[in-house]
Structures are given as C-alpha cells and as structure tokens.
Design a protein around this ligand. Structure first.
Ligand code: SF4
Ligand code: SF4
Ligand code: SF4
Length: 263
C-alpha cells in the first residue's frame, strides 16, 4: 500500500477485550509513522466512522439494528475488512443460545428493563457483509494481529491456520486433559494459534478460536477416545456451541465424529 495506510478500528457489541489487547501493544507505536488511525474511539478521541479507510478492523457481534447499518457503512468505506475476535467472527458467547427467542433471553437477563437502542440476536459480522480476513480468539493473540497487519502492509495476504490446538499442545508437551483426566477438551477440533493456552494451565479447551476445517480432525480416533471417556455427542455439541453456534457445519461435524461409535 502506498503512502500512509488508513486504519479504522470499529466496535460493535462486545466486552472491548480485543481492542484493549491491541491498544496495549507497544508494537503499534512503530506503526504510527506509516499509518493514520482514522477511527478508533478507544485510543483516539477524534475518530470518524464515516471516513474511507484501507483496512477496517471490526470487533464485536452485530447485536442491534444500528450495528447492522454501521457494518454496511464500514464495508462501503473499506478496501479490506477484518473481523477481529470470536464475537465478530462467530457471534461470540452472546450468541451461544441463538436458537432461543430474543424475548426469552432478554427476560432472563434484563427482566422488564428497557434500552434506548433496538436489540436483536447477536450475529457474526459475516452474516451482513463480506469479510476478507478473520482473526480468531477471545481475545485474539497479539501476534495474529501483527502478522495480519504486517502482511497487508507489504501488499501480501495472511494465511489461515488449518490445524488443531492438539498439535500445539503436543509440541508444548502439556499433559493431555482428554486422555489423562477424561475431560471433554475441544482441542482436537478447534483451530490452533493460541499455543494451547488453556491446556497449558490444566484447563480443557472450550473452542474459542472456532472449529477447524471440517475434514481436518481425526474423526476415528477422536470418536473412540470420547467414547472411552464416556463423553457424549450432546456434550461435545453443547460445548462447541459456546463459541461456534453460528457455524453451519457444526452439527454435521459432531455427527461425523460420533458416526459408527454409537450404541
Ligand atoms: S472476542 Fe472475546 S475478548 Fe474480544 S470482544 Fe468478544 S468477548 Fe471480548
Ligand atoms: S485433547 Fe486437549 S489436552 Fe489433549 S492434546 Fe488435545 S488440546 Fe491438548
Ligand atoms: S485452548 Fe481453546 S479455549 Fe483456550 S485459548 Fe486456545 S482455542 Fe481458546
């Protein structure tokens, strides 16, 4: 890209954790001579959502009617749109129960509380506009953001990770939570890139980086192990839905894992 790269960072409904993660990156200071931050309310008071940008980073899920309009406007104004974090890429934990009605969920959380905006069920950005690249995780790794941004800046395109968390977990030498403790770790079917952070702390993966490609998991051995440990299809499906409820292939994938091992 020639001249200063114009960057926008836009927030939809979220915990703002992704932005905070990026705003705390010292490496961003090195970028300032080469980039102009056109919109990023967390770091720049003089931010403009209507301006054209080269790269638009979007955090959060589309959860209000106003945000539907905002993402369309961002798309019109941006050459490259990047969805950042599980909320933007997958709808986030807030869309976990996407099959329930908004009224039912609203009542559970807010009772008769009213708001000034028009709420809707949380959805991934991609349900409304074309997304050019995704940065996974809740929150994403700093290196994923730097890799994507650096690659765009030299006029190239970042690659996607297409292997599961288990690969990084084995390389790190962590004890296997699934095999040794019999807990339903989702590492075998979740996209790597976090260096198996949770298993590193002795905690089973809950799939925050999203399911890997449909045909990557080793379904046969995985199914045998789940069955051996007494972990059911329903349990895996429920756990995967926490961050992957909008994945249209999810049920088919879990079904395939358990094919041939059911009683
Ligand atoms: S992906 Fe996670 S860290 Fe990022 S905004 Fe959503 S909930 Fe927060
Ligand atoms: S199942 Fe979980 S703990 Fe076991 S290797 Fe895979 S990521 Fe690591
Ligand atoms: S181990 Fe799983 S839940 Fe933990 S950070 Fe990695 S992908 Fe997310």
């Amino acid at each position: 890209m020639e001249g200063k790269v114009r960057i926008g960072f836009y927030a939809l409904t979220s915990c703002y954790g992704c932005q905070l993660q990026l705003a705390m990156m010292d490496e961003l200071l090195q970028l300032l001579p080469h980039a102009e931050i056109v919109c990023w309310f967390m770091v720049e008071r003089d931010s403009y959502e209507d301006e054209p940008v080269d790269i638009a980073f979007i955090e959060g899920s589309v959860s209000t009617e106003e945000e539907v309009e905002l993402v369309k406007k961002i798309r019109e104004n941006a050459k490259i749109v990047v969805a950042v974090g599980s909320c933007a890429v997958h709808g986030g934990v807030q869309s976990w129960e996407k099959d329930k009605s908004l009224e039912e969920l609203w009542k559970t959380v807010y009772g008769d509380g009213k708001v000034k905006f028009e709420p809707k069920m949380a959805e991934p950005v991609e349900n409304y506009i074309k997304v050019d690249y995704r940065i996974y995780g809740c929150p994403p790794e700093k290196r994923d953001f730097l890799y994507a941004l650096g690659t765009f800046l030299v006029g190239s395109w970042p690659e996607d990770i297409d292997y599961p968390v288990c690969v990084e977990c084995r390389l790190k030498g962590h004890p296997c939570i699934l095999i040794e403790k019999g807990e339903p770790c989702l590492g075998p079917i979740t996209r790597a890139g976090c260096d198996a952070r949770c298993p590193g702390f002795g905690v089973a993966c809950i799939g925050c980086r999203g399911a890997i490609g449909y045909d990557v998991a080793w379904f046969d051995s995985l199914a045998r192990t789940f069955k051996e440990k007494g972990i059911s299809k329903e349990e895996i499906l429920q756990r995967m839905k926490m961050f992957n409820a909008h994945n249209p292939k999810l049920e088919e994938m879990v079904e395939k894992i358990f094919q041939g091992v059911e009683e």
